[in-house]
Ligand binder design. Sequence first.
Ligand SMILES: C[S@@+](CC[C@H](N)C(=O)[O-])C[C@H]1O[C@@H](n2cnc3c(N)ncnc32)[C@H](O)[C@@H]1O
Length: 315
Amino acid sequence: MTWSVEVRRAPDPGRLAADVREGLTKTPVEIPPKWFYDEKGSQLFDEITELPEYYPTRTEAAILTEHAAELPRVGTVVELGAGYSRKTRLLLESVQPSLFVPLDVSEEPIREAAVRITRDFPAIEVRGIVADFEDELAPLPGADGARMVVFLGSTIGNLTPGPRAEFLRRVFRATAPGDLFLLGADLVKDPIRLVQAYDDSAGVTAAFNKNVLHVLARELDLDPGALDPDDFDHVAVYNDVDDRIEMRLRARRALVVPLLGLEWRISAGEELLTETSAKFRVDGLRTELAEAGFAVVTTWTDAAADFSLTLARRL
Ligand SMILES: C[S@@+](CC[C@H](N)C(=O)[O-])C[C@H]1O[C@@H](n2cnc3c(N)ncnc32)[C@H](O)[C@@H]1O
């Protein structure tokens, strides 16, 4: 079978500049997590998925392995925030679509997955899309039969409640009645385990977090050394009011960073918010899905209820 990659909207410096300008007005200063994922960031996240502390990937893979045979067959599988689509093969074997559409802001993993999946599943055509899932998703390619939109890895947790509701409505608008939505979401649990999952002993998550500073320096043409990742510490904390992990970068010293025609003053000890990762309850997910026009068909969890996989039908 063939594969192709459509670049709908490559991550461009103009968008990054707009996000940084907006982020600078917030307290704490925020940099949206999508900017972690240049080629290096995607590779670092792939390494994170193998870490002993990072239970979400292997738990979600185990749930998929156990229940993939119960998933209905569809014509098209669309995967949002697909990355390297490593777990997706577990469901492609049973769902047997004729078309697989991985969509991600990061191009390199899409290309790698397209080659690998076309080789391993000769009956499936792969049409990758480089795009931002915070933009309108329609039109999505489709083959004969229903679509299944797949969103794994608890990437949904990186969206705060307002943008999350908007995202679910975008999925609704891009699908038709009867289409399916398969959502992987991390569940509320012991904060100590959560913090360990985002602050591993090998320092891979720290490198991933600091990668956003490399992206900023490169894409916004900063003077060499103006934003040195060594001037920051990686911090992961659990916010039990909002049920979310927060990844931050804490400045080791006061800094003045010339960027976008401004002087960005960072005080010693100041923290930049680089990612929030919400943790869910099964009932809460059901409500959020219902509000967006999806009826839950079933939710599977592992025995310890660490992670959930929810299959919902678009109304
Ligand atoms: C937490 S990783 C999950 C990767 C993979 N789905 C998994 O389960 O291992 C998040 C993925 O979403 C992608 N991503 C993040 N923000 C995005 C956005 N706004 N639009 C499209 N892709 C995005 C990243 O490039 C990355 O591949």
